[in-house]
Design a protein around this ligand. Structure first.
Ligand SMILES: [Zn+2]
Length: 257
């Protein structure tokens, strides 16, 4: 891993931590310390990656308020993703976090988490486009890269592998910091563009309303124009442009029908 990348990640921790409630729930300390302790970039095997991904999701699920069955948000999401058990070889599971953030994410193990704030903002079609986009980050290997980078700056990496047999790659006391590093890292513009493309094809493939994507980005664009500070907006720049692009795709798709 290059020095500049590490610096970027550390900078984004400092800058982005300020807003999101999602971020507030996670512990905020020690990240800079962890960065300083960097010795060398360790490479995770696929097996370790899967374990670390599961370990992270478990931690996030335990440290964020989950909407249980019967909750309006939980019921809406489960209805929306009914039948979406497997995406192109990736087994999926879905949960809602009852937090105000306008955000969603997916992890390499196939866990998709949607924040209530995003659900309040978006229609079902728009939500599906965001879900498709997030799955795209996983399927295209972007999330794995992000995990790898966060792992490389984790202070505990030298003691980590010893725990693999216990279903853990990082020690319990380190996973919170690790998760926050992952959450605060940003995808490149190129990654965002290809995840959009994946998301659009996802909508088409599942016979969802593929016009949902332009609407979703339009709302995110309006939100940033309003000075809104949702994590999805800050990590997904150029929303207006992306809405226009999604609109073009949809119109082209309309003609193909
Ligand atoms: Zn994205």
């Amino acid at each position: 891993m290059k020095k500049e990348n590490i610096l970027l990640i550390l900078m984004s921790i400092v800058v982005i931590n300020v807003n999101a409630q999602f971020g507030k729930i996670l512990s905020k300390t020690k990240n800079i310390e962890a960065g300083k302790k960097l010795v060398k970039a360790a490479t995770l095997s696929d097996e370790d990656m899967a374990t670390l991904s599961l370990q992270s999701v478990k931690w996030m699920d335990e440290n964020n308020p989950i909407a249980e069955a019967g909750d309006t948000y939980a019921d809406r999401l489960s209805k929306l993703v009914a039948g979406l058990d497997n995406e192109d070889g990736l087994t999926l599971n879905f949960k809602v976090y009852r937090v105000v953030d306008v955000n969603a994410f997916a992890t390499p193990d196939g866990s998709v988490r949607v924040m209530a704030g995003l659900m309040d903002l978006m229609t079902d079609d728009e939500l599906l486009s965001v879900i498709g986009h997030e799955i795209g980050h996983v399927k295209l290997g972007h999330s794995k890269k992000r995990y790898q980078s966060a792992y490389a700056i984790s202070a505990a990496k030298d003691v980590a592998v010893a725990n693999t047999n216990a279903g853990k790659v990082l020690a319990d006391e380190e996973i919170g910091n690790f998760v926050e590093t992952v959450a605060n890292a940003q995808f490149s513009q190129t990654n965002e563009s290809s995840a959009d493309e994946y998301g659009f094809k996802f909508l088409v493939r599942h016979n969802f309303n593929y016009h949902g994507m332009e609407g979703a980005f339009k709302k995110l664009a309006d939100l940033s124009a309003d000075g809104g500070k949702g994590s999805l907006t800050s990590s997904h720049p150029g929303s207006a442009k992306r809405s226009a692009r999604a609109k073009e795709w949809a119109e082209k798709q309309d003609k193909n029908k």
